[in-house]
Every structure is written in C-alpha cells, then in structure tokens.
Design a protein around this ligand. Sequence first.
Ligand SMILES: NC(=O)c1ccc[n+]([C@@H]2O[C@H](COP(=O)([O-])OP(=O)(O)OC[C@H]3O[C@@H](n4cnc5c(N)ncnc54)[C@H](OP(=O)(O)O)[C@@H]3O)[C@@H](O)[C@H]2O)c1
Length: 330
Amino acid sequence: MKIFEVTAGSNSLAGLSSSERPRPEPGPTEVLVRMQAASLNFRDIAIVRGKYIGGPVTRDTIPLSDGAGIVEAVGASVSHFAVGDRVTATFFQGGPSQTLGSPLDGTLAEYCVFDQSGLITIPDPVSFEQAATLPCAGVTAFNALFEGKGLRPGETVLTLGTGGVSIMALQLAHATGARVIITSSSNEKLAKARSLGADVTINYREQPDWASAVLEATGGKGADHVVELGGAGTLPHSYQCVGYEGEIKLIGVMTLPDGDLSPYPLMFKSASLRGIFVGRRHHFVDLLKAIAQTGIEPVIDKVFPFDDSIAAYEYLKSAQHLGKVVIKFN
Ligand SMILES: NC(=O)c1ccc[n+]([C@@H]2O[C@H](COP(=O)([O-])OP(=O)(O)OC[C@H]3O[C@@H](n4cnc5c(N)ncnc54)[C@H](OP(=O)(O)O)[C@@H]3O)[C@@H](O)[C@H]2O)c1
C-alpha cells in the first residue's frame, strides 16, 4: 500500500516522502480501515521539523493524527464494528503518550489498523472529509469550551487566529449562543470569520495591543473564555483581557515568550488557566453528536489529493488557510 513517512531524525519538510509498506493485518481486537480522508494540524509541521515533544522521530513514522475511512476487515474478537462502517480514529490510542502520527504511526496511509477502542462511528450527516478535521482540532476546541468553566449562552469567548482549532471554537461557541471575538493577522480572514458568526474581529498585526481592544469591546469586563492558541507570547495579553472568574484555555505553542508571564493578574480576577491536551474519547463522541445535531459544517479551506500530501504540508506551513487543510485518498 502507498504511505507517506517522516524519516527518522527528520528536521525539515524534506524528511517527508512517499513510500510503500505491506498492507497491515488486523489482530484479534483490531480493525483495518481503508482511509478516505485525513487532515493536517500545526503539530504535524512541528513533527516533520523535529520540533514536537521529544524531538525528532526516532524511526520512520507514518504522520498525521486525523483521519476517517471505511472498515475493510475486523479481527476475530471485534464486537463494536463491522465491514463497511464509517469510522474515525481518536487522537489518543490508549494512554496519553500513545498519540497517532508520533510516536504511533498515523493516518497518512491507504490502510491503517486501529484497536476497536480507538475508533468512533461517524454519524450519517458528517462526511469523511468533515470527520477527518475533528480528532485533534475539533476535540481540542470542544474540550476548551465545554469542560472546566463550561460555556453558557450569552457569555463571551475570545479565540486567537483563524486556524483549525480557532475556527471550530468560533463555530461551536456561536452555535451555543455565545458572543465571539476573534483575532487574525488578515482582514480578509476576519471578514470570513464574521460570515461564520464572529461578533467582534480584531487584526492583531494592526492592533498589537489587541487585549485593550477586547476590553473595549466588552465594556471593560473582558472575555469569560479565552481560547489561548498563541502560547507564551500571547499569554500576558490574555491575562490582561480575561474577565472576572474567566478561564484561559492554554492550548497553543506558536509564539515565543514575550512580556511578563507571571500569573498574578489571574489571582486578582479569580480567573484560571487550564492546560489542555486535545481531549478524551467522550469529548469526541459528544462533538460528533453536536455537529450532527446543529448542522455545523467544519470549515475546509482546501482539499489536496493523497499524492500531493507534501503540497498540503507546504500550504499549512504558509498559514494562508482559514480552518482546516484536508487530504483526500484516491
Ligand atoms: N494543546 C493541545 O492539545 C493542542 C491541540 C491542537 C492544537 N494545539 C496548538 O494550537 C495552535 C493552533 O493549532 P492549529 O492546528 O489550529 O493551527 P493552524 O491551523 O496551523 O493555525 C495557525 C493560525 O494561528 C494563527 N496565529 C499565528 N500566530 C498567531 C499569534 N501570534 N496570535 C494569534 N494567532 C496567531 C494564524 O492565524 P491568522 O492567519 O488568522 O493570523 C495561523 O494561521 C498550535 O500551537 C498547536 O500546536 C494544541
């Protein structure tokens, strides 16, 4: 079967190439899936550049955590799935260190084998391409909004940038009846975000003091929820514009430390900072239900054919996208 793999020790996109491996056979509790679609996350660029947790991959690894497909065969003890079922895989396959795309082989292969405990049925209205956008970015957005200080209608959500996690957070928050503030480096992307339901848009390049703009837009109160996708460089600004008893959901790692990272501003607002590592299986099940029920359509910016997977990586790296970049299998 055709696959893509990240070569052991890879520290740049040149370490990603197409290759062949034998089609895997499912063990007793495993399911063989013929992949239909996969999607890219910021993490996948970090992995091929050798910048992800633990450094460069130590063996040739099939990349990507996110994918969806059709069950091709099942092991003798599989009870939850049958041939022909539409399925998607969870980011964690077992414990918190067992993540697809590194260290485990991921979804950028014509066929993948998963334990049945690591698969979820895709509800009918959700397409393979849409389902493939959800295991990492969608589940992270869902966990960010509905766990911890769970989002309530009428509250204000601030989300940073217009990448995969942020746009799903915007769509979920809007569908819940929240007021959504979103930032971007691009006015064109902000216009698209408005068409998806954003109430307030702020260009963080034109307004480097975007936290003050958030305070202004909320009458000085600040945001109840901050989906913190920037990381150490944006965190001091998020401290400034999170509201009383608000919650900052610490997710992103895109910026270098900048400003005062002391958490004391949170204390005087009784606000909190919650670390997030994607989410659990039940978050994904609930997210799929929510998407099927609300009719939210995950935003797919561009679809690349499987053979052009390297071009898909280059496109994500260029950060021209809004929402998700998807790969469709032949
Ligand atoms: N902790 C976890 O479990 C978890 C899970 C998923 C993702 N993440 C992290 O979350 C971040 C986003 O991931 P993703 O897959 O959604 O990324 P993505 O689709 O590649 O989106 C990246 C976007 O972030 C925006 N951005 C870049 N620098 C920014 C800044 N200084 N301030 C505000 N926005 C900025 C840009 O939006 P504009 O073009 O609009 O400016 C860029 O297009 C990454 O750091 C990723 O590693 C963490």
